[in-house]
Structure formats: C-alpha cells, structure tokens
Design a protein around this ligand. Structure first.
Ligand SMILES: Nc1nc2c(c(=O)[nH]1)N[C@H]1C(S)=C(S)[C@@H](COP(=O)(O)O)O[C@H]1N2
Ligand SMILES: [Mo]
Length: 243
C-alpha cells in the first residue's frame, strides 16, 4: 500500500489537542514518538476514527445558522491554493457536468438543464481553516434533488467532486442529502451567476462543513463506496471537517 503523506503539523496539533497528550498517545500505541512513520499512522487512524464519530453525530435535520441580508460580507474573500490570477478560465459553451459511479443515469448535464431544476437560496457563513470566515449568499440546486435526478444509490458512502483546476474533494452521503447542501450557480446580494473566482460556473456550497469542503469549478460528480479523499484531505486535514 502507498504510504500516506505526513500529516500536516496543524492537523497534528488539532488531533493532539482534541484530548490526548503526547504521553498518553505513546502509552496507548506503544509507539516511539521518534518514529515519524508510526506516529503518522496513528494520527491518520485517529483522524479517520474522528470522521466516523462526526458522521454518527451529524444530523440531516440540524441546520447551519442562516443570516439576514444586512449581514452579508462585502467584498467576499477569495481563497484557493493559487492566487486570483490563476483562476481557471471556463469555456462555458462547451461546459458539461459529468456524472459517474453508482448512479443510474450518467448523462452529462448542461447549465440550462441544471437551471431548470428547483433552486434554493441561502445566506450562511463560510469558515476557512486559514482563520477567516465570511457570510455570503448562494443559490442553486439542492444536492439531494440532483442525486434523485441522476438515480444515485443513496446507500453509497461517498459523493466525490472533480474540479476544473487540480482541486478535488468528497463528502459523506448524509451530508450530500442535507437540505442546505447545494450545487450553487449564483451568489452575491443579487444572486447573480458565480463570478470566475468564486467557482464559475458551478460550486458546492455546504454550510455544515469547513470552506475547503466547498469545491469550486465543479467538472464531475461521482457516487462511490471507495474513500475518495481530497486535495487538502490527503495532506492531513480531517476529511469530515464539520463546521
Ligand atoms: N476548485 C477549488 N475549489 C476550492 C478551493 C480551491 O483551491 N480550488 N479552495 C477551497 C477553500 S480552502 C476555501 S476556504 C473556499 C473559498 O471559497 P471562496 O473563494 O468563495 O471564498 O473554496 C474552496 N474550494
Ligand atoms: Mo479554506
């Protein structure tokens, strides 16, 4: 098996702070803390265990806080693993959303077909692990509506996303079915089509999760039972990352 990369220092600190001292960790695992590989294996296992507990505690009926329009943060912050100059340029005339995996209808979706589905609007807070948060408005197709339309196997474990940049991410099926999880097409005070830097033409908006679980420039969606990980998740950020 491929050795997972070293868990990030930040995740190390967060995991250790979540209850275990280094001494307790040594006692529990019997592993020598000088052995970086062993420590990493333990921390990855703890993080995956933490995913399971968060999954069990997650409720599909508990809503993330919503805000009044007067609370919108303007201008809304931009964040990506690259500077704003490198935001991908999307050829909207040829744009299609690909669908694959455990679904009965794998037909790709055009923007107009997505816009013909029922849309929901929300004003919620996006929280980035880099230490900022902002209140924004997003409108789009509830993910659960979309999953119904493609005949997704909703007993499957994961929904995965591939983006037009090198980003990718995934979420548990319960979160995908949560009423506030949407495929966002519009944003801003007037709910206008997503500007390029905010994920044009389609992004995930999931207010029950941290910012990095909100992929922009979605190109493909798939349903799977095989753990899909993600861009930051594979570098040690906790996969579930509820907010
Ligand atoms: N495709 C793509 N999606 C992405 C990212 C990225 O680098 N590429 N960064 C994530 C992170 S870390 C955050 S905090 C939010 C920021 O969204 P915003 O630019 O709308 O504030 O996008 C997320 N989605
Ligand atoms: Mo972020």
């Amino acid at each position: 098996m491929r050795k997972p990369p070293e868990i990030s220092n930040r995740s190390r600190r967060m995991l250790l702070r979540s209850g275990l001292s280094l001494g307790a960790l040594t006692m529990l695992t019997g592993c020598n803390l000088d052995d970086g590989d062993a420590v990493d294996r333990v921390l990855w296992a703890m993080s995956r265990f933490n995913d399971r507990i968060q999954g069990l505690l997650f409720s599909r009926t508990t809503l993330a806080p919503v805000y009044a329009a007067s609370k919108l943060t303007t201008p809304f912050p931009f964040n990506a693993y690259y500077p704003m100059d490198n935001v991908p340029e999307i050829d909207v005339d040829n744009w299609k959303l690909e669908v694959s995996g455990l679904v009965s209808d794998k037909t790709a979706w055009t923007l107009s077909r997505l816009r013909a589905l029922p849309q929901e609007s929300q004003i919620t807070r996006l929280i980035c692990v880099e230490g900022w948060s902002a209140i924004g408005q997003w409108r789009g197709v509830p993910m659960r509506t979309f999953l119904q339309h493609i005949g997704a196997d909703t007993t499957a474990k994961y929904v995965g996303f591939k983006c037009a940049d090198k980003y990718f991410s995934s979420m548990d099926m319960q979160t995908a079915l949560h009423p506030q999880t949407i495929l966002a097409l519009d944003t801003g005070p007037a709910n206008e089509p997503l500007p390029p830097q905010y994920g044009y033409p389609l992004r995930i908006r999931v207010p029950t999760k941290l910012g990095f679980k909100n992929p922009k420039h979605i190109a493909a969606i798939y349903v799977t039972n095989k753990y899909p990980g993600g861009y930051w998740e594979d570098q040690g950020y906790n996969w579930f990352s509820g907010s």
